[in-house]
Ligand binder design. Structure first.
Ligand code: DQA
Length: 171
């Protein structure tokens, strides 16, 4: 029984959503840029979608770079996919980029605003080169798009693993 439960649990696909500095202020901060939705509402919507796809999802927000690095590291062996909006650290943090690189977990980068048409300093992401892909400029709906992109990535990984298993000679 224990073995069966363990097997079932291990088969659960997990997603970690990581939110950077000032995203706890969504709904208050610059609504003309970031929209009126609060972070909790965004997470609630993501939870519904994840549950509809039988996925486990957890949420983390921090204003501190080191805590985000710690969270990314903790994902190792625990999480199948990371969805991250590193917020202002997108443009500055080699540490977060290195952490994502180190854990080698497929990562979707999300930005609420269209950083490419804002100030020049926002137009460079240190995270994009280590992300599977980036969703930019669709407002809070970008998180939903990021989740759908993540589900697609997970399906592709699963199909590849199944193909590799099928190609292995039977013992
Ligand atoms: C942001 C864009 C960043 O430039 C900014 O510092 C943020 C939010 C976005 O989601 O649009 O805090 O990541």
């Amino acid at each position: 029984m224990l073995v069966k439960e363990k097997t079932i649990k291990e088969n659960i696909v997990k997603i970690s959503v990581i939110q950077g500095p000032n995203l706890n202020m969504l709904g208050i901060r610059e609504q003309n840029i970031y929209g009126g939705m609060k972070l909790e509402q965004i997470h609630e919507e993501m939870k519904k979608t994840a549950e509809a796809h039988n996925l486990e999802i957890d949420f983390f927000q921090s204003n501190l770079e080191g805590e985000i690095v710690d969270k990314v590291q903790e994902c190792l062996g625990e999480t199948d996919l990371i969805i991250i909006n590193p917020a202002a650290y997108t443009h500055t943090s080699i540490a977060i980029r290195d952490a994502i690189s180190a854990v080698s977990i497929p990562t979707v980068e999300v930005h609420i605003s269209n950083v490419n048409r804002r100030e020049e300093f926002r137009q460079k992401s240190l995270i994009s080169p280590v992300a599977a892909g980036t969703i930019v400029g669709f407002g809070p709906f970008g998180y939903h798009l990021g989740l759908l992109a993540g589900i697609q990535i997970l399906n592709e990984v699963k199909a590849m693993q199944e193909q590799q298993q099928a190609a292995q000679p039977q013992a």
